[in-house]
Ligand binder design. Structure first.
Ligand code: CA
Length: 714
């Protein structure tokens, strides 16, 4: 069946080639590109040679119907080509492929079009993102992807613009601001399309402000509607599609006075358009500030944080919602990819939305009504709730989890990295399994702050960040008898509502294929990578290939001239910028890497070791170093690594040439000499002498690093 579609596709190309022998006068006209419309998207599964939307199809299943690559022949899967980007920052993009052309976004929201057979770049678009806006997000200037629709490529820039690009020429058609440039929002997510509209959300759940999603007319960029996911001042409605439901349902779940920063509910990752009901689903993030005592007098569900919200796609009118973590104070974003499927549950055909948010429960919702069908723990170790009450749909809370109102620390499991975070997930209609990266027994020790003062422009969540771990990493639990964290690829049976198999490993995005293979991106030593393949039915590891960069972006499959390719966007993701490693490497640009059976390309080697730490001769007083350590933790660690241990995705400051010069250091740290890279002028966030104190602390950490390297030399 699937072979047939490849064969037909090859035949079509052959006929096109024959036609070329007698060139018609129109041959010089630009070739139409990205002619993707709702009809084509609704039947995306009938053209498995393409990957036309972020999730592979409008159901976001990340399932490729191609079956040329199988467990039997996968040993012959080799690199076909690679294409280098011009940026070494975090890469999290899922590439799109339409009729032999790849469209991919990179860090700084740049877009490339490339020949899918050769990797030759066709055009590049640089929206020239405002460098200082990089400071408005936790995890580097990443972009998760573009959308293609009606001859245009849509990219949402990190600094808030939605831009339509002509897919054939790479030239801008229109651009519109989705938020004010001074806003604390940012955009890392991919736009989605449907019903003639482009949908885009934003991040900001650690920086303040209300989350919202906007819909723009795909042809002109005119705004069609906006939906705020959390309420503002009830006396001042927004004039938005959300006004009615915020007044009727959400306002009563918030307490205390609204202000210009409280909110959250940011839709920073998953948006899905459902052609079955002409509705769009939003997956919302945590509330802001994290502590409910500071945003809602310590009470209330705070709708619609940590929820799935269904809207009428054309008007943005509310249809239903399901809140997964009412009153969240544990950073349990509900932003994971939502997957739509038609499942037979208990003999009944149901149109289901599947969701695996950070809070550790696997939810199945009825897409028509929002009714909770099931909610089972997909990981072990959940301690904030004992389960989900199927009658009320509410979590059965552990009262100890309310660390803010109890004013007592609480070690929550899962931690703020979640049982699963944003890494793309897949569903195979062939096996009936959903595939995702998952973590058992991760934890975060939450320590409430007694008071709160909002500071615009700072990661400002109202609790102590990084108290004993790095987000996304296994956290040390103060209980010595606590089970050890465990990471694995999970195959989940959504009909039986239990795990089908688990394979240990720490990977990212997954893709399933009709050839019976599940592909997953991995990293080696944080910044180098590996693409790994498993049998979709049993989880047996059947293949892997090392890549110079980590594979944190999406894995997709497509076909050209009857050959199936597997394509990955490589370059470590932004979440790893704080992950320390004893083996720091030189910074390297991200790349697209394509594989096919019998491929003959050679990939670049692993990056060399980073240069030596800078050993500073000056002495800094112990008091000054202590001040510097505290400032570093609260101002610098988020980007440059906890304890100044950086994997050098953003610069490892222990190796910064500026470390040896008080003046050079001050001009960068205080005055913003490198603000175009995102290193803003920190003067307004530092006390007098703060930059020099930080230099003293980092210089000490550089000495520690130099000693560690010397001790390791033979
Ligand atoms: Ca969050």
């Amino acid at each position: 069946m699937k072979h047939t579609s490849i064969a037909l596709f090859s035949l079509a190309l052959l006929l096109a080639a024959c036609a070329k022998q007698a060139p018609p006068p129109a041959a010089l006209a630009p070739k139409p590109a990205a002619q993707v419309d709702d009809a084509r998207l609704a039947k995306a599964d009938s053209e498995p040679q393409n990957w036309m939307v972020y999730g592979g199809n409008q159901q976001a299943q990340r399932f490729s119907g191609l079956n040329q690559i199988t467990p039997d022949n996968i040993k012959d899967l080799k690199p076909a080509w690679s294409m280098d980007f011009d940026t070494n920052r975090g890469q999290e993009s899922t590439a799109l492929v339409v009729d032999g052309v790849v469209y991919v976004t990179t860090a700084w929201s740049k877009v490339y079009a490339a020949d899918a057979k050769t990797g030759k770049a066709l055009w590049e678009f640089d929206p020239k993102v405002a460098g200082p806006h990089a400071a408005m997000n936790c995890c580097d200037v990443v972009s998760r992807g573009a959308a293609v629709y009606q001859g245009k490529v849509y990219v949402a820039t990190f600094d808030g613009r939605l831009i339509a690009i002509d897919a054939a020429s790479g030239k801008q058609v229109w651009s519109t601001a989705t938020f004010d440039p001074e806003s604390t929002h940012a955009i890392s997510g991919a736009p989605r399309v449907g019903a003639g509209l482009v949908f885009i959300g934003n991040s900001g759940g650690e920086f303040g402000g209300r989350g919202y999603v906007s819909a723009y007319k795909a042809d002109t960029g005119e705004m069609a509607w906006r939906f705020f996911t959390v309420p503002g001042d009830p006396a001042k409605p927004d004039g938005a599609a959300s006004d009615a439901v915020l007044a009727s349902k959400a306002q009563a779940t918030w307490f205390g006075k609204p202000n210009d920063y409280r909110g959250g509910g940011n839709v920073w990752n998953s948006i899905v358009y459902d052609p079955d009901f002409d509705q769009v689903y939003l997956a919302t993030g945590n509330g802001f500030p994290w502590l409910r005592t500071f945003r809602s007098e310590g009470k209330g569900d705070n709708l619609f944080i940590d929820s799935v919200v269904a809207l009428d796609a054309k008007t943005g009118a509310y249809r239903w919602h399901y809140q997964e973590t009412p009153g969240d104070i544990w950073d349990y974003d509900s932003v994971a990819d939502m997957i739509l499927a038609d499942l037979n549950l208990g003999g009944q055909a149901r149109k289901v939305l599947m969701h695996t948010p950070k809070n550790g429960f696997f939810y199945e919702l009825d897409r028509k009504t929002g009714e909770l069908i099931s909610a089972e723990p997909y990981i072990a170790g959940i301690n904030w709730a004992k389960g989900i009450d199927k009658k009320t749909g509410r979590p059965i809370m552990n009262p100890l989890a309310w660390y803010d109102s109890r004013k007592q620390p609480f070690t929550a499991s899962p931690g703020e990295g979640g049982g699963h975070s944003w890494a793309p997930t897949a569903f195979s209609p062939k096996t009936g399994f959903m595939y995702l990266q998952a973590s058992d027994y991760s934890s975060a020790r939450h320590v409430p702050r007694p008071t709160y003062e909002y500071v615009k422009g700072l990661d400002n969540i109202g609790t102590y960040h990084f108290t004993n771990h790095a987000p996304g990493q296994a956290a040390p639990n103060p209980d010595p008898n606590a089970p050890k964290p465990a990471n694995y690829l999970l195959a989940w049976d959504p009909v039986a509502q239990k795990a089908a198999w688990k394979m240990p490993g720490l990977g990212g995005a997954v893709m399933a294929t009709a050839g019976g293979v599940v592909f997953q991106g991995h990293s080696r030593n944080v910044v180098m990578g590996e693409l790994v393949a498993y049998r979709a039915d049993t989880g047996e590891k059947i293949w892997s290939h090392e890549t110079p960069n980590a594979v944190a972006g999406g894995v997709v499959s497509y076909a050209v001239d009857g050959e199936q390719y597997v394509l990955v966007t490589t370059g470590q993701g932004g979440g790893s910028i704080i992950a320390g490693t004893p083996d720091v490497r030189a910074r390297q640009n991200g790349r697209l890497v394509a594989f096919k059976l019998g491929g003959t390309a050679t990939l670049a080697g692993d990056p060399p070791a980073a240069g030596p730490p800078v050993v500073v001769a000056e002495d800094f007083t112990a008091d000054s170093v202590k001040v510097g350590a505290d400032l570093y933790l609260n101002r610098c660690a988020r980007c440059h690594g906890i304890n100044a241990m950086s994997p050098n995705i953003l610069p490892d400051l222990r190796r910064s040439a500026a470390l040896g010069s008080k003046d050079a250091w001050r001009s960068i740290v205080e005055d913003g000499a490198l603000q175009n890279t995102g290193m803003i002028a920190w003067k307004r966030f530092l006390p007098e002498g703060g930059a020099e104190a930080i230099r003293g602390y980092v210089a000490g950490q550089a000495r520690v690093e130099a000693a560690a390297l010397a001790a390791r030399k033979p």
